[in-house]
Design a protein around this ligand. Structure first.
Ligand code: ADP
Ligand code: ZN
Ligand code: ZN
Length: 809
């Protein structure tokens, strides 16, 4: 294979990893993905070859470019892994370096050690090689292990470079990379049960022993203290009585579940059995849609689909859309698979992430539970992929680039590794549903909840009536009285949609929200200057109009921007029902590591009767006692300025409703809205996913929105408001030409100022490209000359490209 004369090499320089150009050495053929050693400054460094260059960059002269010294390891990553990275780079218009930085844990290369070892049988050093080379051989022969670090050899033998090259070329020594030494195991105190009963034990002491026994007889000291709310001295007493022992144990920096309870797989229902048999039969890449409401047994199917593959020595990857969902999954999977399970998400420390990565290089079958970035883990012999809650927007990376979608990457990975992918959801994303309609995936419905527990009925409360009756509270009379009469053992979840920044304008009398006449999205309310009247603006196409004084439909004066948040709701409840204990669960109260879990556990222990929260409430929470779910307003979701607003509303509301009545008690759902007649609200009430999807897809098709067309959002930002506005104008006029398409094939929407114009001292504008047909074929990038586009942006204007954008802020 002829190879290009120049190479791009990713170097992991401390503080500044980046790509540098090197020359192909005369006698070596180097491929992308090879781990190489290169000259850097006066020393040497390890790096990964990320690409071949036919031509030097214009600012480099051939004599400035030094050749690569040697290949340390061919294909450091598997070919398929490398292809995944390359596809990601191409499809999301992101330099491969940037993709690698996203994929690799920080400091991977820096921490690896390059070593030289003797090749057996040991050659006799004769006159064929130089004296220096003989010295090196002698040195290595004296080593008890037959090898030394590259650095040590250089210390012992000055100017060892050339003789080493000579030995390598003759095949008498080889060079390899020793993965970094095992993570520093932390020592931590553990409590181990010796006997679960004894003489003269207090009830309290007995309780602690029983807890320890139930937990498998061994717990970390800290965990036990916390779980039993006890003290070290109580434990010391138990130790003196010979019931337990407290000892130091090693702890890897890997997140572990709290429980060590053991569970066995359940015997499946017939729908589960059918789904499982299809998945088990898959011997190559195949996408499955496991469609079932929460509680229908999807997770159990994942577990049983993974089990045989792990047993065969394959690995498995289970993705969840947000960190808050990892603990429950972890508990569930650890109970079955024990120590084979690892966790990976962005809240882990660098050390923890790094340790997890290292575990994966050991080529043992592993099961990883992670958030979207885990899609890049180099799992050994990947046998199955699962995306739970596949419709969730948490799978989309917003920044930095690549702005990838983990579902898209999961599909590629399944193709590349030739293994099945399970997408699980109660409310599949419309893109996925479209694939189902086109027979591009295998459909596996789980139509019923386990034990046929009914879905809770959804009552709709018309907030317009509340207003007409003079009730201006966030709580309708129905919801308020349900809270007032909450049974002693019952609990309620209250859901508020809040995205903080942007809002729309709607009529409290008739429910109408003001929309863009061109784009079918809600107009966004702007009031930058109190001296002037507020304006309503479309942030797709920049259409704008002044805020009308009266509702265009019913002439009511109650046409107002929409607001209201968790804080206000908590406040109002405190005032009106002071005896009710309330937990607030939103991005403010869950920021601390572990806070999610603590709040959820407090609620599960019934330390509060009401939990008020945002989107985070919607997912995966399985709390038996919740028998009331209140949705404060559905309208915030419904009129969100986004073409996917209907889809998000259906998904979110269905999921929130599913939180009610998961235990034995029947549930009740109260949904408040100003537009009870809205198609989506009606579909939610009837749990009619298919009808909803059919309607919504029809509307998308009419306007060429995804999944029919494809979108690319061009984001421009600058500290200089003039420069960015000007650039946005120039870019938008050239855009069509940069795609090489005609105006029927691509729509250029905008330029428009971003809904939040100024973020972190930068002014933001955007242009939306709407490609009116999907690209066929594997994963070609959408046609757009990105280099030419970059050249249109002056130095003080930053360009960001978001392919398949989910979020328009
Ligand atoms: P989902 O992932 O769809 O929400 P789960 O797999 O979590 O559903 O199942 C809901 C509940 O039913 C869980 O408590 C689970 O342990 C239980 N479950 C699942 N499958 C079975 C089964 N075949 N038999 C008995 N219980 C089951
Ligand atoms: Zn009106
Ligand atoms: Zn518009």
């Amino acid at each position: 294979m002829p190879s290009a004369p120049w190479l791009n090499v990713l170097l992991d320089c401390p503080g500044n990893p980046g790509a540098f150009t090197y020359a192909q050495p005369p006698d070596l053929i180097i491929h992308p993905g090879d781990l190489v050693s290169v000259p850097f400054g006066s020393g040497q460094m390890g790096g990964i070859v990320i690409g071949l260059l036919e031509q030097l960059p214009p600012d480099l002269l051939p004599e400035q470019v030094r050749p690569i010294i040697e290949v340390i390891q061919r294909r450091f990553f598997s070919l398929t892994y490398w292809q995944l990275l390359e596809r990601t780079a191409v499809y999301y218009y992101t330099p491969l370096v940037q993709v690698l930085k996203t994929a690799l844990p920080p400091g991977l290369l820096q921490r690896s050690q390059r070593r030289i070892s003797l090749v057996q049988p040991c050659p006799r050093s004769n006159g064929l090689i130089s004296e220096k080379a003989q010295q090196i051989l002698a040195l290595l022969q004296a080593s008890p292990t037959g090898d030394y670090s590259w650095r040590y050899i250089h210390q012992k033998i000055p100017r060892a470079q050339a003789p080493l090259a000579e030995l390598l070329k003759n095949g008498w020594v080889k060079s390899y990379l020793r993965p970094p030494s095992p993570p520093q195991a932390k020592q931590q105190q553990a409590v181990i049960l010796i006997q679960a009963s004894g003489d003269h034990l207090t009830a309290r002491q007995q309780e602690i022993l029983s807890y320890l026994q139930q937990s498998g007889g061994e717990l970390w000291l800290q965990d036990l203290l916390q779980a039993c709310q006890t003290s070290k001295s109580t434990l010391n007493t138990l130790a003196q009585k010979g019931c337990i022992t407290i000892t130091l144990r090693q702890k890897l920096r890997l997140e572990q579940g709290l429980t060590t309870a053991v569970a066995t797989p359940k015997s499946l229902t017939s729908a589960q059995t059918q789904a499982l048999s299809h998945i088990n039969a898959a011997t190559q890449a195949q996408t499955f849609l496991l469609h079932g409401v929460t509680g229908s047994g999807k997770t159990e199917v994942y577990i049983q689909a993974i089990r045989p593959r792990l047993a065969e020595g394959q690995s498995a990857l289970v993705l969840v859309p947000e960190i808050g969902l990892t603990p429950q999954m972890l508990d569930r999977f650890q109970a079955i698979f024990g120590e084979q399970v690892l966790v990976y998400h962005s809240a882990l420390s660098e050390g923890e992430r790094y340790d997890t990565w290292r575990q994966l290089l050991l080529e043992k079958p592993r099961l990883v539970i992670g958030t979207r970035s885990a899609i890049f883990l180099p799992l050994h012999s990947l046998g199955i992929l699962v995306l739970d809650e596949e419709h969730d927007s948490g799978y989309k990376q917003e920044q930095p680039s690549p702005c990838y979608h983990a579902r898209t990457l999961a599909q590629w990975r399944s193709e590349l590794e030739n293994c099945p992918l399970i997408l699980g959801s109660a409310t599949p994303g419309l893109a996925t549903w479209q694939q189902k309609l086109e027979d591009k995936l295998t459909y596996l419905p789980l139509p019923q909840r386990i034990q046929a527990r009914p879905l809770p009925p959804i009552e709709i409360v018309d907030l317009r009536n509340e207003l007409h009756q003079g009730n201006r509270s966030m709580f309708s009379r129905t919801l308020f009285s349900a809270l007032e009469n909450l049974p002693a053992s019952g609990q309620a979840l209250l859901f508020i949609h809040r995205r903080g920044h942007s809002t729309f304008v709607s009529c409290r009398s008739c429910g109408q929200a003001l929309e863009c006449p061109h784009c079918s999205v809600s107009l966004t309310y702007h009031w930058p200057d109190p001296q002037q009247a507020p304006v309503l603006r479309c942030h797709y196409c920049n259409f704008s109009r002044p805020q009308p004084k009266q509702c265009p439909s019913c002439q009511s004066p109650y046409l107002k921007p929409f607001g209201g948040g968790t804080q206000r709701a908590v406040q109002e409840l405190k005032e009106r029902l002071p005896d009710l204990k309330v937990i607030r669960f939103d991005s403010d109260t869950t920021q601390r590591k572990g806070a999610h879990r603590q709040l959820l556990e407090a609620f599960t222990r019934q330390e509060a009767q009401v939990m008020i929260g945002t989107q985070m409430l919607t997912k995966g929470m399985d709390i038996e006692n919740v028998n009331l779910v209140g949705i404060l307003t559905a309208d915030g979701l419904l009129h969100f300025a986004d073409f996917q607003a209907g889809e998000r509303t259906f998904q979110t509301l269905t999921q929130v409703a599913g939180r009610a009545g998961r235990g034995d008690k029947p549930g009740r759902v109260i949904l408040q809205t100003y537009t009870p007649e809205h198609q989506v609200i009606q579909a939610v009430q009837a749990y009619a996913y298919e009808d909803f999807a059919a309607d919504e897809l029809q509307q998308r098709q009419a306007l060429n929105y995804p999944p029919y067309g494809q979108l690319v959002l061009i984001r421009l930002s600058s500290p200089d408001p003039e420069a960015v506005a000007q650039t946005a104008q120039t870019v938008s006029t050239s855009c069509q030409q940069l795609t090489g398409l005609n105006s029927a094939e691509v729509d250029i929407l905008g330029p428009a100022p971003a809904p939040i114009l100024k973020v972190a001292q930068r002014y933001r504008w955007q242009i939306l490209l709407k490609f009116n047909r999907r690209q066929s074929g594997q994963c070609p990038p959408l046609p757009l000359d990105v280099n030419a586009l970059r050249q249109l942006c002056p130095g003080n204007v930053r360009l960001g490209l978001d392919v398949d954008p989910q979020n328009f802020f």
